[in-house]
Design a binder for this molecule. Sequence first.
Ligand SMILES: Cc1ncc(COP(=O)(O)O)c(C=O)c1O
Length: 368
Amino acid sequence: MEVPFLDLKTPHREIWPEVLPVLEDAFKNAAFIGGPQVAGFEKEFAEFCGMEHCASVNSGTDALHLAFRALGIGPGDEVITVPHTFIATTEAISLAGAKPVFVDIEPKTCTIDPGKIEAAITPQTKGIVPVHLYGQCADMDPILDIAKKRKLAVIEDAAQAHGATYKGRLAGSMGHAGAFSFYPGKNLGAAGEGGAVVATDKAVVDRVRQLRDHGQAQKYYHDVEGVNARMDALQAIVLRPKLKRLSDWNKARARAAEYYNKRFAGSQRIGVVHKPEHNFHIYHLYVVFVDNRDTVATELGKRGIGTGLHYPLPLHLQKAYASMGHKQGDFPVTERVASRLLSLPMFPTITDEQLAHVADSLLEIAGQ
Ligand SMILES: Cc1ncc(COP(=O)(O)O)c(C=O)c1O
């Protein structure tokens, strides 16, 4: 039996009849950048996040980068985040002109360890970026406490967490800004690139709007240098019908994860990412920990099962960050997690038979 790692085709078949007439209209009117579809999506996505203000952009990377700039983070500043994330988190810090500073993760949830943040704060620290990894929120209360006490901005990297909650609060709504990605493989994915920034403070979102459009609030009058990071209408047209279905899709993923959790609960050899009771986890990724991970992945592949690695080489050990001077052993929790993690097939339309095939196979290969 084939179990792909991800199924991007089925959701598109479902939304296609809704998308088609709107798409035709956009082509007839040649309305490709901004416009009512983008404005409509921004309003609906803000509502989905329980927020009043949202600025769409053209990627999650620019959502983070422009959120930093909108909050006044720039050259000479340090921003704390984790080495266990996609490189976009730290690229965005560098794009804003600031310097990423790493703090290790907490081993059970794989999100930032709040107990290690204070030690990384210097007079240059301006912000903290908790990454809501795999679809569940970092432990936000202690992070927000530290940030308040030390007067730091909190920018949530919610690229993998659209609709996740922490103690009833939605991802992206807890800090000074929340940044989302609509890369096609995300729980809410565009037909191309896309992203968004949400914030409680309207001024922050207005600033992102200006920065995404060459620093202009009025055409050809540029208060600052910005970038071209506008969302195009075609992405909004695809995202709007998907957003209506997102809560159901997230619940379907959570049900699939519950099945995996039950099957792996008694295993001594298969670890799973812990989900604290207070989190609603949207399972962008379902990650297990096994010894001999690469062999296990190969064996699963022979049985038709797709897997992924998120992420195999921690950022502090990447060539791109060699100049930071880190070495093996600097962030031991991240390093151990990275050597044993394996992402299993996870998508809303995964069938009971497919789930059973994955669980049976993994238990057989990795051991009970
Ligand atoms: C944790 C995290 N942050 C940031 C990003 C960047 O988003 P994008 O690919 O839309 O630029 C991604 C996704 O790729 C991500 O997974």
